[in-house]
Design a protein around this ligand. Structure first.
Ligand SMILES: *[C@@H]1O[C@H](CO)[C@@H](O)[C@H](O)[C@H]1NC(C)=O
Ligand SMILES: *[C@@H]1O[C@H](CO)[C@@H](O)[C@H](O)[C@H]1NC(C)=O
Ligand SMILES: *[C@@H]1O[C@H](CO)[C@@H](O)[C@H](O)[C@H]1NC(C)=O
Ligand SMILES: *[C@@H]1O[C@H](CO)[C@@H](O)[C@H](O)[C@H]1NC(C)=O
Ligand SMILES: *[C@@H]1O[C@H](CO)[C@@H](O)[C@H](O)[C@H]1NC(C)=O
Ligand SMILES: *[C@@H]1O[C@H](CO)[C@@H](O)[C@H](O)[C@H]1NC(C)=O
Ligand SMILES: *[C@@H]1O[C@H](CO)[C@@H](O)[C@H](O)[C@H]1NC(C)=O
Ligand SMILES: *[C@@H]1O[C@H](CO)[C@@H](O)[C@H](O)[C@H]1NC(C)=O
Ligand SMILES: *[C@@H]1O[C@H](CO)[C@@H](O)[C@H](O)[C@H]1NC(C)=O
Ligand SMILES: *[C@@H]1O[C@H](CO)[C@@H](O)[C@H](O)[C@H]1NC(C)=O
Length: 330
């Protein structure tokens, strides 16, 4: 059934292969407000903010979907504001982006709101991985989504969760590419050990060198121990380990440039691409020129916007190879 659903779109506006979701034929949609938004509540009780772009039109083909996970203590609405996936005009495979901003569970026992698995303070009674899968299912049944163009991104604890999703056999092939931004790479994000993706994984990452929340150089636990407790990994090391995991023979980046002021870009091109931005004068912020992410003291402002064009372009050129879709036969 799915095999026959794979079509080479004949529409002039879309040039590449797509893998249309069930919602392409019979999607009922959601009841949206006048801005194309709704707060969805799933049967599990978990919620996410949904945004349908104004230019969505199922007749034009299967649309890309981006999930954007907020940082600890964050909200869906604020994550939409700072990551900007709902802005007009963003295209992947020449079609506008459907966006979902999941809301993290609270952890009252540890006086925390909006947290994700992989942090030491995660909510032990919810299943965040299942939540991510449920969101994808919810949206691809209701709208015309391109199964090979579903992406995971996130900031801080949401970035650590994104990095964790890249490390799992199942979720490394649910999402086409991953964008952990200033990720909180605690041991349970599998940054130190245990990362086990089903394939080479395309990843785009940015980190401010002035980050005091999740230090660029990493942090050992309070006993000085590496890789346990609230330790976070050295970010340059984590990147190089991904390059090797993605099939590189050397951890030296193939490309190193300075595309924006105070910013170094490193690209490891092996079986797939790891693309990294190191921002010398930025704190714990998603890079924007408008200081949209207020958590970055001493500097919330970057000299560029990470989401567009860098992240969107990266997603555009990294669809999921068909072979990784369960049950797919060429
Ligand atoms: C979603 O819920 C948040 C928090 O209650 C609220 O501020 C926001 O207006 C809601 N958005 C929509 C589209 O209903
Ligand atoms: C949707 O796209 C189809 C085919 O491109 C077009 O005929 C139709 O007018 C579009 N609908 C809207 C509401 O733009
Ligand atoms: C974890 O999240 C669930 C679902 O929101 C909630 O019922 C539960 O109280 C939370 N646990 C803690 C310790 O806050
Ligand atoms: C809970 O956290 C809030 C905000 O971070 C803080 O103001 C408050 O003092 C904390 N309460 C307890 C009991 O630790
Ligand atoms: C990378 O590609 C080579 C050659 O095709 C293959 O042997 C290797 O298993 C691949 N590694 C990963 C992580 O995909
Ligand atoms: C953490 O400990 C490791 C191993 O002892 C050491 O190599 C590393 O420099 C330490 N990292 C930091 C940020 O102190
Ligand atoms: C630090 O060491 C103390 C004493 O051995 C131990 O109780 C504690 O759990 C350790 N903390 C971490 C984060 O490993
Ligand atoms: C580069 O960083 C320095 C230190 O924050 C700052 O003074 C300078 O304005 C930055 N340059 C640009 C072009 O953003
Ligand atoms: C923060 O970074 C921006 C962009 O590089 C720069 O223009 C600004 O001067 C910096 N602010 C501080 C306080 O360093
Ligand atoms: C970053 O995005 C904002 C809001 O869309 C825009 O005003 C600004 O010009 C962009 N900055 C750059 C350098 O493109």
């Amino acid at each position: 059934m799915f095999t026959s659903a794979v079509i080479l779109s004949l529409l002039a506006s879309v040039s590449a292969w797509t893998y249309p979701s069930p919602g392409c034929s019979n999607g009922a949609g959601f009841k949206l407000d006048s801005t194309g938004r709704v707060n969805r509540t799933l049967p599990s009780g978990r919620t996410y903010l949904f945004h349908l772009p104004g230019a969505y039109n199922a007749s034009n083909g299967a649309h890309p979907l981006v999930l954007s996970f907020h940082g600890a203590g964050g909200t869906s609405a604020n994550q939409e504001r700072l990551s900007q996936f709902s802005q007009d005009g963003l295209l992947i495979n020449e079609l506008p982006i459907i966006a979902a901003y999941p809301q993290g569970a609270n952890n009252a026992a540890e006086n925390r709101t909006g947290v994700w698995y992989s942090a030491p303070y995660y909510n032990k009674t919810v299943d965040d991985v299942q939540f991510a899968k449920d969101i994808v299912t919810d949206i691809q049944n209701a709208y015309c989504v391109d199964r090979i163009r579903i992406y995971a991104s996130g900031k801080s604890n949401g970035g650590g969760f994104t990095a964790y999703l890249a490390c799992r056999p199942d979720t490394s092939v649910l999402f086409a590419a991953f964008a952990p931004v200033s990720p909180a790479l605690y041991p349970e994000s599998l940054a130190f050990k245990g990362c086990n993706p089903a394939r080479a994984v395309p990843i785009i990452n940015a980190h401010g060198v002035l980050d005091t929340t999740i230090p660029f150089a990493g942090r050992n636990d309070t006993n000085g121990t590496y890789g346990v407790g609230v330790a976070t990994i050295n970010v340059p090391l984590w990147r190089r380990q991904w390059a090797i995991r993605n099939g590189c023979k050397t951890d030296v980046p193939a490309v190193q440039t300075n595309p924006y002021p105070n910013t170094t870009e490193m690209i490891w091109r092996c079986n797939t691409t790891f693309q990294a931005y190191t921002v010398s004068n930025l704190g714990h912020s998603w890079p924007t020129t408008g200081a949209l992410d207020a958590s970055g003291a001493p500097n919330n402002t970057a000299s560029f916007n990470l989401t567009s064009p860098a992240m969107i372009t990266f997603f555009d050129v990294n669809p999921l190879p068909f072979q990784y879709i369960p049950g797919y036969k060429a």
